[in-house]
Write a protein that binds this ligand. Structure first.
Ligand code: GZL
Length: 327
């Protein structure tokens, strides 16, 4: 009994399509990936302006090298438009598959659709696209990444538990339009909605960047001198906020609690030092799971629409023991 795999169905569907018959099979639209010994793979990165991005890229490059695959790497330098152009360039080069970390949810839709039209499968890493415009299993294979809503929710729950009398919160948002910024805000804000004594007094983007985070924190601390918590959507902005607090003569960890997401070594060490109160991890080491998912797809497995990363949590109870493992 030959096993009817997804791949068999797809190849049959494309053959039927070739003779003008419609197979009408659910995932017939998704480009296939032939099972080969080696591949030419694209990885379209958003930028390289922070340790998280650099760690993610290094993880992808290391795994591709270990497998002996050719990796076509591009860096969009913070521009969604350039990232679209980068993907189109990969399509023109005829890569077998594209790993894409869409900088923002909507502008990268044309790139996803262009790859699909060219018959090149796409796996989204770390950030997602707008689900009303493109879907896993139809337009791209899957999204591999964290549950950003849960990251925000876990941070809010930690805050309510550790500051039961309430807090006045400054929120430093990530890149406008990116899924981590949208969902870390949604998870945190919704978990605090209706919680007596908890008020988000200001919320503004620092674009996941350290210096922008510092500048925005400085301005918001001046406008809201009674704020006693800063919730940053990533470590870079949290470190910027610490610099802003110290420049204002405030003691991070005493006058104002700083909360962060990512869990890089610097931030986890800041927890040990008492400058950051708690960090939800968002592990950037995507290489192993990215290429494992690609191999599963090539073998004909039906891939789940979301390959979820599990995030650790760091606070004074475990930071000292965990800091060596942080990226
Ligand atoms: C999250 C990732 C975010 C990080 C930031 O998956 O997209 O982008 O949290 C990074 O540090 O810039």
């Amino acid at each position: 009994m030959t096993s009817i795999t997804r791949r068999t169905i797809l190849l049959a569907a494309s053959a039927l399509g070739a003779v003008g018959l419609t197979a009408g099979i659910a995932f017939a639209d998704l480009p296939v990936l032939a099972k080969k010994d080696t591949y030419k793979v694209g990885f379209a990165q958003t930028e390289s302006n922070n340790p998280w991005r650099i760690a993610q890229t290094e993880s992808m490059q290391a795994k591709a090298k270990e497998l002996g695959f050719q990796l076509v790497y591009t860096d969009a330098a913070g521009s969604a438009a350039k990232q679209v152009a980068d993907v189109n360039s990969m399509i023109a080069q005829g890569v077998d598959l594209i790993f894409l970390a869409p900088r923002e949810e909507k502008p990268l839709i044309p790139a996803v659709m262009a790859a699909k039209k060219a018959g090149i499968p796409v796996i989204l890493l770390d950030r997602n696209v707008d689900q009303s415009l493109a879907k896993a299993g139809e337009d791209y294979i899957t999204f591999i990444g964290s549950d950003f809503i849960d990251e925000g929710k876990r941070m809010a729950e930690w805050l309510v538990k550790n500051k039961p009398d309430g807090a006045k919160i400054i929120e430093l948002e990530g890149t406008t339009g990116s899924s981590p910024a949208n969902d870390r805000k949604k998870g945190f804000d919704e978990a605090l909605a209706g919680m007596a004594g908890f008020e988000i007094v200001a919320s503004q983007t620092g674009d996941f960047a350290r210096d922008k985070g510092r500048q925005v924190a400085e301005a918001l601390l001046q406008a809201h001198p009674d704020a006693n918590v800063i919730y940053a959507h990533n470590d870079e902005m949290a470190m910027g906020a610490i610099a802003a607090l110290e420049a204002a003569g405030k003691v991070p960890g005493k006058d104002v609690l700083v909360l962060s997401i990512d869990g890089g070594k610097e931030a986890v060490q800041a927890v040990v030092d008492g400058k950051i109160a708690a960090v939800v991890e968002c592990n950037p080491r995507f290489g192993p799971k990215a290429f494992e998912t690609m191999a599963r797809y090539a073998a004909g497995e039906a891939i789940e629409p979301w390959v979820k990363n599990i995030d650790a949590f760091y606070d004074p109870s475990n930071a000292k023991d965990e800091v060596a493992n942080a990226y």
